[in-house]
Structures are given as C-alpha cells and as structure tokens.
Design a protein around this ligand. Sequence first.
Ligand SMILES: [Zn+2]
Length: 276
Amino acid sequence: MAAIMHRLLKPTSPSLSSSISLLRRSVSTFPQNAVADPKGRNVQWVFLGVPGVGKGTYASRLSSLLGVPHIATGDLVREELASSGPLSNQLEEIVNQGQLVSDEIIISLLSKRLEAGESKGESGFILDGFPRTIRQAEILDEVTDIDLVVNLKLREDVLLEKCLGRRICSECGKNFNVASINVKGDSGRPAMSMAPLLPPLQCASKLVSRADDTEDVVKERLRVYYEKSEPVEGFYQSQGKLMEFDLPGGIPESWPKLLEALNLDDHEEKRSSAVA
Ligand SMILES: [Zn+2]
C-alpha cells in the first residue's frame, strides 16, 4: 500500500504527469471572452470548510449566481462509481477497502470534468472538496490561477451540535437536521441562532441518525479535518488568496453577509431586478 502511494505521489509518476498535462490543457483552453472580468474570464475559486459547515450549499448558490460550474470532487467520485467509466472498477476497490482516493485519481476525474465543461463552453469554476492536500494545491497551481480561496468557518460548539442533529429518513433517504441552535452572545462572540431543518409529517416517524454521527466520532472527524486542512490554508494564506469567513448563523443570516464579503451584494440586486 505504502509503495503504491509512494509511486502515485512521486512527481515523476507518468500517469500523474499525464493527468497534470491533461488538466493543464483543459484549464488553459477555457474561452477567454466570457464575462466582464478584468482577467477576461469567469471566477476560479476554491471553497474550503469543515464537513457539516454547509460548504456545498454556499458554493452551489454562488455558482448559480455567477454562472460558473460548482465542481465537487465528492460528486465526481460518486458519478464515476455509478458509471462504467474507466476508473470505476479501481475506485470501487479503493472505496470498498476504506482507502483514500489518491491525488492521481482525483486529478484525473477533475481534468475529465473540466474538459467536458470546456467543450460545452464553460468558463471559470468553484471547486468544492479540492484541493485537500498541499500536493493537490501545488498541482492546481501549476495548471491554473486560483483567484480566491474562501474558508468557511463555524464556531465549534455550534458545528458539533449541527452534526449531532443530522437525521436521515429511513424511507426516502432525505436529509434533515433537528438541531435548533440558540447560543447567547458572550465576550467577543455574538449570539447565534440557526433554525432546524425539520422533516415533513410523512418522514417524521422514520428518522434515523447515521451510526458515525456520535459525539466522539464527529469530534475525531473534525480533528482530522483541521489537521489536514491547516497546511492547505497556510499555502493559500501565504499567497494572499485566503479569505476567512465566519458564518454568523444559518443561510438567511450568512448568505447576505457572504455576498457582501465577496463584493457581490450588488451582483445579486442587479440579477434579481433583472429576473423580476
Ligand atoms: Zn421520508
């Protein structure tokens, strides 16, 4: 196993370098005439954030607002697994053995996704779940310019409560959250409230929590996440691209503040008045 990892991660690994050149090609050939950006293209952003923070939700809302694809590497892995694509067998084995999907595979899935988008005329992207390691960040840097990295943060006690409040309907599989967050403000920290996401009547009696959503497991998951993400955050911090964003509450409180922080509050006004 270690030998395989070593081979995959070695910069000279032929399959990795061919993936990188594929990625380089697909990124550099994005149409350069899209959207009125000083760089002549749409945004190229990365979203970081601990699992449970709602990163996918915010990344997805922003991507519709800006007209760029929201590319979540978790989705790419799931889609490949569900397909009969060239990597699906290899992936199935890795996932079944509980191993981490290698940088090589993630990069090759990402380049495939970018190429497919490019052929449809896509420009720009919001990446979610990538890069997860310094090595991935370095590879991404070799092939494209990331404009901005948004690091979504939520105070840990609230995050824990949110994670422990997750429920799934055992019948339809929909996700809900029974945690009703209501913390008072204290020294230096404002009060925070987040409404639960309650199920409709037909699901209410069928809710179950995931076996791995116990307090100890969630805490361990957070610890592992912080340990891994810190170097990646540092990498972008040193490039002056990291924007830390403390979520002030649920979506109704956080969304307008996030737009403001990204200088997009104007953008949404124009868009909604155009729609109306
Ligand atoms: Zn249901």
